[in-house]
Design a protein around this ligand. Sequence first.
Ligand code: ADP
Length: 430
Amino acid sequence: MKVLVINSGSSSLKYELFEMRQRTSLARGLLERIGEPGSRLLHHGRDSAGQADELVREQPVPDHRAALRLVQTVLHQTGAIADSAELLGIGHRVVHGGEAFQQPTLINQRVLEAIRRQIPLAPLHNPANLLGIEVALAEYAHVPQVAVFDTAFHHTLPPHAWHYALPAELYQRHGIRRYGFHGTSHQYVSGRAAEILGRPLIELNLIVLHLGNGASATAVRGGRSVDTSMGFTPLEGLMMGTRCGDLDPAVIFFLTRDAGLSIDQIDALLNKDSGLRGVCGANDMREVLRRAAAGDPRAQLAVEMYCYRVKKYVGAYMAALGHVDAIVFTAGIGENSAEVRAGSCRDLDGLGISLDPARNASSSGGPRAIHSDGSRVQVLVVPTDEELEIAAQTVACIQAASDAPGAPGAPDAPRQPGARGEAGEVRGER
Ligand code: ADP
């Protein structure tokens, strides 16, 4: 039961192949610089003796179709997929599902068009995701394909959490609201946290802190997202590698009127040149921590600001949830930086959160508890695996559709306006 997961970017194609009976990864890779000079594929798989093996291909890759063909060839040559009939399905990561997609959805022509209609909400990401879907549909016409949306996990946000305090017509006409992102990661990590805690997810209140290049915090009650820090776009919320996170919107008026910047310049400034990079000149947390340890005051300030912002969201989500069972750190920074975890939980004993320094400093790569014995709130580190979550949701979606051929989500099922998970129709107030 093999599932291929595809994450298609504008000039890159990331993939991972799973055997879903054992939930194991068989092969993964990244093809970069599609349509540019210097295209390069780095593939990790297994050799004929089952040992981990790495392979590099450097050759011209003019477009996404050529990219997928190269990936197919490598998967075939390495024996990972002998025949496409081995594939149960293909799962595609799609960044923005808007309000139209509230769950993983089997892809057909109508779904493709509905994803296309979400492009104004994610003009940088959805077109690239669509390209990946289109070439995969052409190359694997007989394999069921599923779109898994970064936004879908957050469809359970209550209206008071997703509305902005703006004139109602901005939501009604333009869909301006909080959508939230990193949903597959928050969902996966919540489920794993429940397994580690040995309690049903439905009974747990969690705060999940996904701290990678992008960063977001989510309040999860009983397995459902009830608030999240990213908003209409991934720019809102925590301080990130290159994004500013929360900011007084009046800064934008000032930059336009007084500093003479164009809207495009401000867009680039807030998304690409702010966050850690804006404050200290480096966006990679490892580099920032190295500089801070060497005494660079700007890097020290950047780390302080980063942790302080995480801590404020922890406090806010404790208030939102009322009671919190566990705080869960994940993604590159959350999984690897004891210093950022310690800074984010510093002086929170009054809220029942205290870390055990030795447990926090442990460099074990696996899931682990890092709170002290007396901490009322448990604090966990749980490695995320968005690709595995996409593969699992792909299997569930395909099986649900085949178990109930007339059910919503089945490729040719009749669709009722406003039905949960329906593509192309907007629910609620819009
Ligand atoms: P993405 O959001 O691109 O998936 P990741 O989840 O891989 O990103 O996170 C990347 C971030 O994790 C970078 O800022 C990187 O510096 C940071 N990171 C990775 N390893 C460490 C480490 N050992 N200590 C501190 N930060 C780390």
